[in-house]
Design a protein around this ligand. Sequence first.
Ligand code: SAH
Length: 213
Amino acid sequence: MNDQARLIRLIMELRQTGIADTRVLSVIERIPRDQFVLPNFADQAFENTALPIEQGQTISQPFVVAFMTAALELGDRHRVLEIGTGSGYQAAILSKLCRRVYTIERYKSLLQIAEQRFRDLDMHNIVSRHGDGSVGWPEQAPFDRILATAAAAVVPEALKEQLKDGGILVIPVGRESQHQDIVRIRRDGDTFTEEKMLPVRFVPLVDGIAAEK
Ligand code: SAH
């Protein structure tokens, strides 16, 4: 089976498992996930599975990427903050559905690889930085939407504070190796409404930047 056939199979599988947002599906169809995985996993890039990336991190399962992207209810004028750039795949998907993506990664080496991918794919509406995303990005706040792609034991207050009124935060919540759920939080003035959406398994959100050789 070639990549095109694998991609079509993946899109069909996402539809069958409940991803109904056609804008999200068409972006997943357009972004070459094979360019965001390690070379020795390229043949699995269009499988509906999470895969390992550098520094013991993971590129999320396409179903989970599609689910979280749809949960954000993105508009094309939105400014979106992503915590945990990782491979850059989720940021690439977001960049096609909103005005600008701000993404933060605590591993400098991962960030550099992702930034090269954004350049190679001419994705110029992604702004990235090396840092601790658990404190958000105060200089660029507030955001219409915030997406964390690493699991928090408790939802960081800074992320709630950096949401615009009417904004949405989507974040996996739960401790490592314990039960985690994707939680959607809507801000209405000073009221935050939480909704558990899907059980998941993510790498943890870790405070501080990562030490690397
Ligand atoms: N969105 C990524 C998923 C990568 S896994 C993708 O599409 O590939 C989650 C990432 O979050 C890891 O790269 C991890 O290093 C990063 N991360 C964990 N805690 C963080 C923090 N406090 N600030 C920034 N990045 C963090």
